[in-house]
Design a binder for this molecule. Sequence first.
Ligand SMILES: [Mg+2]
Length: 239
Amino acid sequence: MDKATTDAGTNGVKSPPRQVFFFDIDNCLYPKSAKVHDLMADLIDRYFVAHLSLPWEEATRLHKEYYQNYGLAIEGLVRHHQIDPLEYNAKVDDALPLDDIIKPRAELRKLLEDIDTIKVKLWLFTNAYVNHGRRVVRLLEIEEFFEGITFCDYAATPLVCKPHPDMFRKAMQEAGVEKNEDCFFVDDSYSNCKQAQELGWATAHLVEDGVKPPRTPASKYQIRHLDELRTAFPQVFKS
Ligand SMILES: [Mg+2]
């Protein structure tokens, strides 16, 4: 992954154009039932308490508000409280005890192996910072399938993250793809999928078993399991 990542942005020029399959990472490449999100939410709440000197209830309320308004708690922290985003990353994402939770999964590996990389380039697309994104795919032992990663650069101002359209444009530029119709996407977030669908990406919203499906689907495809990408997008798999 490293070489392709450093080449990001020039890939489209150097090699013939290929379609790109963008994969969200958290709660997508590993199941929501791993409860990483809950652990993260707890660390974020603690961060709010410690760094904004807030009582617990106010901290959890503000965390929720920023998450809903901006898609990421950190965006609210940067906008309104001038926190150091990389210190936040160290205390939250990098502090997650993932080694005990995220393990390689044979079915995921098989799914990625069956994708025809002559036709499509696999690309990671996350709202996490690069450290966390890389750590997760390393623990899943699927690093080698991806040619690069578009992540939320916590050090940048303004912060750009999904579902903002600029983040989708950034991903396309880094992955070296020009047309929206050449983009495939899977994500567990309703708003991310809704935005991708509006842009014209071929989008599958992952709504795991046990998760209540939305009243209005976010995108053309809604899947219960990543394996259903085989039926949603048969054209990207080896025949
Ligand atoms: Mg996700």
